[in-house]
Design a protein around this ligand. Structure first.
Ligand SMILES: Cc1ncc(COP(=O)(O)O)c(C=O)c1O
Length: 464
């Protein structure tokens, strides 16, 4: 096996990935893109370390090598999260949304044979929740609704009264309209009993932390959590938050048995992303995401690509769904045409209300994170419509998309002239130059004139 050649290929692949990211518009609702500053910890020694004791005495740590990076978890990530979530207790140990779901179902779902309620996937519930519950020995029951986009709160009361679930796990994934958490909590409480309510806001975390959507704890939920890399522009990670000491303790006990390496560097990245969110108008970003999704819905409709749920105003969050049959182009071909035009979207056949037919799922969180605004959405809709219909060659659409990207700068992260970024650049260079093999590879990138965007990774001293 030619390992050197494979390494060359890997660097080329990373280069192409960077180029793709720079020139294209990714409109996948479960993805986002976070700042270079927040990526920095993942280049550093923090990526090698364990850290077990966020509440413990630093002097008694069993894994002292991560001492400095762990300061970021305890002094930056956790305090900011407590502030932004309004929670007394925050757990940053789950690696992703599904991992957080596993911990919560295991911790709060009750002993084997207990019932847990979650949203029917035909109404947007996550595909994995019921299967995961069964694997944990739990009995899933499903919450439905009057139409594909909403759940029925009266039916939720009846379901809780009948099945006495230990946990109602609100897992909206394919969702255009956020659940009314206060109404859901009231519906559960109206049934009596001790059912807990957990809200998995994996898709809408950035909108919740930016206060564009209600905070689940303020709305009465016992706990909430989810991914930090969909509408929140952070690393691939998840959190759990609660004000209830008992819930926090039960979750922490399960977490200790289910998660050992929690990826300290990602937690440090999360802390930096949260700090930028606070410093650089995170609420403005969150409001812009919702405004842009609505604007894009209306503009797509005007361009002849009517999104689902037009009668409800298309969306109340970052997602839009669109069937393309009306244009004479099936959704799979439409998604391929969009990719050739530099626009990435999902094509899915399990979106509520689409009868199993493939349809496009679009999101605007990443476009807003990279600097677009709601005012750009008519242009984005025109590019999408032209790509889907084939009215213009994909090369000219891709050129226009790249030009739009180049004309916008990220507004919700530290500005390029921030002295903190100069310091981060020094750290990134040092992180790569301490190891000769890595320094060698980095120098080969530089000699082959790969995108200057990557030059932040090139060593300044190690190979010179
Ligand atoms: C409600 C919900 N929970 C969990 C997940 C899984 O998240 P992750 O991909 O971060 O594991 C998703 C993903 O869409 C989701 O919507």
């Amino acid at each position: 096996m030619n390992v050197h050649g494979l390494l060359e290929g890997a660097l080329e692949a990373l280069h192409r990935q960077q180029e793709r990211a720079r020139r294209t518009l990714t409109m996948i609702p479960s993805e986002n893109s976070f700042s270079a500053l927040a990526k920095l910890p993942q280049l550093t020694d923090a990526a090698h370390r364990y850290f077990f004791d966020p509440d413990g005495d630093p002097g008694t740590r069993r894994f002292p090598a991560g001492r400095d990076a762990s300061w970021i978890e305890t002094e930056l990530t956790l305090p900011l999260l407590r502030d932004l979530t309004g929670a007394t207790y925050v757990n940053v140990r789950p690696l992703s949304g599904l991992h957080a779901m596993t911990v919560v179902l295991s911790a709060l779902g009750g002993p084997p044979d207990s019932t847990v309620a979650s949203i029917d996937p035909t109404h947007g519930g996550h595909y994995a929740t019921t299967g995961l519950a069964r694997r944990l020995g739990l009995r899933p029951v499903l919450i439905g609704g009057p139409d594909p986009y909403h759940i029925c709160y009266d039916a939720l009361t009846r379901l809780v009264a009948r099945h006495h679930p230990r946990l109602v796990y609100l897992d909206l994934c394919h969702g255009l309209f956020p659940i009314d958490i206060a109404a859901a909590v009231a519906a559960v409480r109206a049934a009596g009993g001790a059912t807990r309510v957990h809200v998995d806001v994996s898709h809408t975390m950035g909108l919740v932390l930016g206060a564009a959507l209600p905070n689940p704890l303020a709305a009465g939920a016992d706990s909430f959590g989810g991914s930090m890399h969909k509408t929140f522009p952070g690393p691939q990670k998840a959190i759990l938050a609660t004000c209830d000491r008992e819930v926090a303790d039960i979750v922490a006990t399960a977490q200790v048995e289910m998660i050992s390496s929690h990826h300290l560097a990602a937690v440090c990245s999360l802390g930096l992303a949260l700090a930028e969110f606070v410093a650089c108008d995170g609420p403005g970003y969150a409001r812009e995401v919702v405004a842009a999704a609505k604007a894009l819905g209306a503009a797509l409709d005007a361009a002849g690509l009517t999104p689902e749920a037009a009668e409800h105003g298309y969306t109340g969050c970052h997602q839009l769904w669109a069937r393309t049959d009306g244009t004479g182009v099936d959704a799979v071909s439409a998604a391929e045409r969009l990719e050739r035009g530099g626009i990435h979207v999902n094509v899915l056949n399990d979106l509520p209300g689409t009868d199993g037919e493939p349809a496009l799922r679009l999101g605007v969180a990443e476009p807003i994170a990279v600097g677009l605004t709601a005012a750009d959405m008519p242009q984005v809709a025109a590019l999408i419509a032209a790509a889907v219909s084939g009215a213009r060659p994909s090369t000219t659409i891709a050129r226009d998309v790249a030009a739009l990207r180049a004309a916008r700068t990220r507004r919700h992260q530290l500005p390029p002239d921030s002295p903190l970024l100069a310091r981060a650049d020094e750290l990134a260079r040092a992180a790569l130059s301490v190891s000769d093999p890595i320094a060698g590879l980095a120098s080969s990138i530089r000699h082959r004139h790969i995108d200057p965007a990557l030059s932040v990774s090139a060593p300044s001293g190690g190979e010179a």
